[in-house]
Design a protein around this ligand. Sequence first.
Ligand code: ADP
Ligand code: MG
Length: 695
Amino acid sequence: MSDLTGRFASRVFNLSTMKQRLPKDTYKEMLRCIRDGQRLDLSVANIVANAMKDWAIEQGATHFTHWFQPMTGITAEKHDGFISPNGDGGIIMEFSGKELVKGESDASSFPSGGLRSTFEARGYTAWDPTSYAFIKDTVLYIPTAFCSYGGEALDMKTPLLRSMEAIDKQATRILRLFGHSDVKAITTVGAEQEYFLVDQSMVDAREDLMLTGRTLLGAKPPKGQELDDHYYGVIKPRVQAFMKELNDELWQLGILAKTEHNEVAPAQHELAPIFTTTNISVDHNQLTMELMQKVAHRHGMVCLLHEKPFNCVNGSGKHNNWSIATDTGVNLLDPGTTPYENAQFLLFLCAVIQAVDDYQDLLRISVATPGNDHRLGANEAPPAVVSMFLGDELSDVLAAIESESDYNGRDQQQLKIGVHVLPRFPKDSTDRNRTSPFAFTGNKFEFRMPGASLSMAKPNIVINTAVAESLRQYADALEDAADFTTTMHNIIRDTVRAHKRILFNGNGYDGGWIDEAQRRGLMNLPTTPDALAHLLDAKNVALFERHGVYSAAELRSRYEILLGNYTKVIHIEAETMIDMVNRAILPAVSDFSARLCSNATAKAGYAGTACGYEKARARELCRLSDEIYTGVNVLAEAVSAADRVDGTLDRAMHYKDDVVSAMANLRAACDTAESMMPAADWPYPSYIDILFSVR
Ligand code: ADP
Ligand code: MG
């Protein structure tokens, strides 16, 4: 890869490209617009659009697209050519400022959750100049927000940008009180992405992988991840070739892909980029997921981003590393060295503690997908109960503040925030607990509940808004305070007192913790419908409305879409399973048991010949095939019954209670049958075939 520094971001219309290509005044206008989130004047937009078009055409682009993130959780695009007739039979290449900043699309088939009806289906896309345009293949991509005719957000980006604005507004109030008047607060995110790579032929041979992205059946393999020999193991040449090509593509798009390694499960890997501003990080993660799948395909593989492709094998998550910083580069979650810096750090830390406690339901909701329900609490990912890990040192400091007692780490002195210097917290000691949903890792928080396929917009909308709310309350109190230091000290002390139930440094995988959490009054929302039932709770609607992130109508539309999506996904899984069982598994089990029976009969012709295996196995398989037959009928009945239930929440609950459990019972019987059948007679590739398919 020659001249990587030259190739990096070579397909991005970023600040340095703008600086080269735009007149000085226009460039300055762009900078201002990016910093203040202001609209570009149309005359300026025309100049930018023209420069962007020339640059894109030089790079081989023929089309442009307004790239947006509808509520499906993935991205959407429609390509328009630059071509325009020149009047004498030829063409000219055109791209106007108007086309850059605003697009109109019919888009009536995107989920709107009742926000618009089809007869007024027009939607608008509006350029988000804080996320740079880029070229992929021969298309210029313009990152945009997607709204209805009436201005309601129909996407993930709009609320994310609003949440970033909300936290900026409140954080700068606090920063001003600490003497930092001309700074902007930005949130930063680094998303560690887990995924599986399997050979294409495996997916082609399995209806479940093809249609649902996960295996609905499959007996446990004799070897899975027990030996931990895959974790950080030597990367296989075929995977290495994939990673090399993927990195190159990502780097050209300015995505800071940094770390790659094998994960715990066979065929599982991880990619982590260097963190950046939240909305860019979210865009980049969407691109990363898309390119992972495309590049895998070129290498004859399939990249599975499902949260739980295989039973009995670790699923895939996506850690959301989050912090808040100033635009001058100061990380506000980095403990400082002076009393004032420490106080500021503790205040921001408390804002996060309070936010996570007050909006634990929203955090759980933000990661609620049918796939993720299989991971959370299954001893491979944090439980469905949200808690926070701070590490021993920081917990000791907070305990001392809370009880107004001596802090042992210091020389028996009462710690007064804003007056005393805190001890430095060794970073290592904050990163040992991998079982916590929300862990402080030295200078950032790591939210570990998101599943692999999730749009990172979702958790970050919640984190940003919830933290904005704590900061708002602190700023209200501090701006009016007669004695700033004492008020601040009291806020920190009172926050710890009021919210310490959310702090838990122990083992999150321990079953005892769930009981303890219940005693503490923390919410346990094991499944997606359980969680979504709380989305419209009054306090949640009030939070989003207060900070202008979602209107009540926008929130209700998310509720409808998410519940509808849950139901649809489980419905498709159930139908796929029914199809596989009826058309392949039952016939296979029946054929093989019949063969055993006829073998036993044949052997019986030779007096004294043992045929214990044939008889016993045939009996077991015949019993199992009856169990499978009953199970598939029970499942089919549960699906029809659920479809008759009215109301999106009730229907989702029925799918969860009746359909999911019927699938689990049916699966257990099928998997037992698989373990008794000759490999050649089982209609689908086994877990061994799939998990070790990439060599
Ligand atoms: P690990 O979780 O494997 O120990 P690291 O500490 O290297 O990994 O960081 C994991 C991710 O956290 C990376 O994407 C990194 O860029 C990101 N990260 C580091 N600092 C910050 C920060 N201040 N804000 C957001 N993300 C961060
Ligand atoms: Mg991590």
